[in-house]
Write a protein that binds this ligand. Structure first.
Ligand SMILES: C[S@@+](CC[C@H](N)C(=O)[O-])C[C@H]1O[C@@H](n2cnc3c(N)ncnc32)[C@H](O)[C@@H]1O
Length: 251
């Protein structure tokens, strides 16, 4: 999502913009710019009652409300947060499946998938990450509640059984080796790491542990997608087996 410089307001946390409560807008007034500057809202939100209420409140305070598209080029609703492009691509191309987000951070990918009907387990070793994830989940309607687990996946943590596993900007070769062994045939792993080339050029990340190296084994899994873009290496692998599909990765 590109940076949007204008002030966007929304009454709906699942949409793009700074969230304000229309019932409480007058309290916000001191934080709003002068009414000479327009405020933007998404066209789609103005089709909802809440959105129209916010718009009329803004107009009553003297603001000129302009509207813009609330969909990005992929037709997804704009949000103030975005999933990893690899996870967005996976969601476009694979059926909704039980998934485990390893090192889930603030939960952007877990929540993105859950909002699309995926059953997600999200694991992070930091409790404040897990709490942020829960908070994000509350702001978005999800079909199946996410199972949030605070655990160190490098320890003896038993990897939950799933069809899809995410290592997004978190990677550990030992965990990958355990997963490669224990996952069901047909399971998919989506990995976004810094690339080896980026590390060689910049020295970052310092630890090799979080980089997909040319020496990292793919354990004979099918490489369904492999791409380097910017500092990152994106890969989707599938364990050979009865459920093999060829259509996971077309962006
Ligand atoms: C760079 S963040 C990426 C978060 C998320 N995947 C994303 O892309 O937004 C790496 C995350 O991995 C988590 N992490 C690091 N080591 C971990 C471990 N051993 N077990 C579980 N989570 C871990 C960190 O707490 C952090 O939230």
């Amino acid at each position: 999502m590109g940076l949007v410089r204008s002030l966007w307001l929304t009454a709906d946390p699942a949409r793009f913009g700074t969230v304000v409560d229309p019932g409480d807008l007058r309290r916000w007034k001191s934080q709003l710019p002068e009414p000479t500057r327009p405020i933007w809202m998404s066209t789609g939100e103005l089709q909802t009652e809440l959105g129209r209420t916010l718009e009329s409140q803004l107009r009553s305070l003297g603001y000129c409300v302009r509207t813009g598209p609330d969909r990005d080029a992929d037709g997804q609703t704009l949000r103030a947060w975005a999933p990893s492009p690899l996870v967005a691509m996976l969601a476009r191309n694979a059926p909704s499946s039980p998934a485990v987000d390893l090192g889930c951070g603030g939960g952007r990918d877990a929540v993105f998938l859950a909002a699309r009907g995926w059953k997600v387990t999200a694991v992070d070793s930091l409790s404040d990450c897990v709490e942020r994830g829960r908070g994000l989940e509350e702001s978005v309607p999800v079909l199946y509640p996410i199972e949030w687990i605070c655990a160190d996946v490098r320890s003896e943590f038993a990897l939950p059984s799933a069809k899809v596993y995410l290592f997004i900007r978190f990677f550990d070769a030992g965990v990958w080796a355990r997963l490669a062994e224990s996952a069901e045939p047909g399971a998919i792993v989506a990995v976004q790491t810094f690339s080896e080339r980026h590390r060689a050029a910049t020295g970052h990340p310092r630890s090799e542990r979080t980089v997909w190296l040319s020496t990292t084994s793919d354990f004979g899994w099918h490489v369904r997608y492999s791409r380097e873009k910017g500092p990152f290496q994106y890969r989707i692998l599938q364990k050979p087996g009865a459920d093999d599909v060829n259509s996971v990765a077309h962006s």
